[in-house]
Design a protein around this ligand. Structure first.
Ligand code: SAH
Length: 244
């Protein structure tokens, strides 16, 4: 097979945060596949065909990429942030697993700066100690499981980053998540809402859990909640590296 697939992360938004590796790979590609707003971030040029597709068709998109690679095309599958974080890399491997000849494909995963790390850098160092990332969408898992993980992670003392905190199709769940966090962490725990980080629409807001309301988050927001030691220093927020 002469074709290949590169599953690439475009970073959180700022073009300066696209890696050289991703840039060079896009320059060699014949085809770019991905969710409409991410494909829109790739500059069109002669010899490059853009294949934007709608959300929630990840497996179809992955199969399309595999088919094109099998036909000799050089395909870049784009995600925002990092492709391995709630994004296309796992979808491509899921599609690959169903093929009779997975080893025949030339596939690379090219990392990018994920939203929580871009947000964390803007805020200071809220993820300076142990932390975890939870996708609050119940698109691919039951909501019960989200609640359970949230509660156990809070009890374990992790700082947490929440992806996909809130969407129009499930307006009430984030409120429920805040309720659970207030039960487990108390009203004074600091929580940050980092919206559209590194883009012109960027907005950062840090409040206590008592002050947090669901409207502070939307689909372009990554939410970061500190652990019990997370505190402010000047305009920054940080979590000490030591505990216990
Ligand atoms: N692969 C992506 C995440 C895709 S899930 C990554 O690694 O960042 C989509 C979610 O990511 C959004 O709902 C939001 O929670 C978060 N997100 C992506 N880009 C963001 C940005 N620039 N600022 C804040 N959150 C962002």
């Amino acid at each position: 097979m002469t074709g290949w697939i590169a599953i690439a992360g475009l970073g959180p938004g700022d073009e300066r945060l696209v890696t050289e590796e991703v840039r060079a790979t896009l320059a060699e590609a014949t085809d770019v596949v991905g969710y409409i707003p991410y494909v829109a971030r790739v500059t069109p040029r002669d010899g490059l065909t853009l294949h934007p597709s709608d959300n929630r068709v990840e497996i179809d998109r992955a199969n399309h990429a595999l088919d094109m690679a099998a036909a000799g095309r050089r395909v870049v599958v784009v995600s925002s942030g990092d492709p391995g974080v709630f994004a296309m890399a796992a979808a491509v491997f899921e599609a690959l697993e169903r093929r009779p000849d997975p080893a025949a494909f030339d596939i690379r995963v090219l990392p990018g700066i994920t939203a929580m790390l871009a947000a964390s850098a803007r805020l200071g160092a809220p993820l300076g100690h142990d932390f975890c990332a939870i996708n609050l969408s119940d698109n691919l898992k039951p909501w019960d499981l989200v609640e359970r993980r949230l509660r156990l992670a809070a009890r374990a003392g992790f700082a947490m980053a929440f992806y996909n905190p809130r969407s129009r199709s499930r307006p009430h769940q984030f409120g429920r998540a805040l309720e659970i966090l207030r039960e487990e962490c108390g009203p004074d725990r600091l929580i940050s809402f980092a919206r559209a980080v590194t883009t012109p629409d960027e907005r950062l807001e840090t409040v206590t859990l008592a002050e947090a309301v669901t409207e502070m988050a939307d689909m372009r927001t990554v939410v970061i909640i500190g652990n019990a030691d997370t505190r402010r220093v000047g305009r920054f927020l940080y979590t000490p590296r030591s505990a216990g």
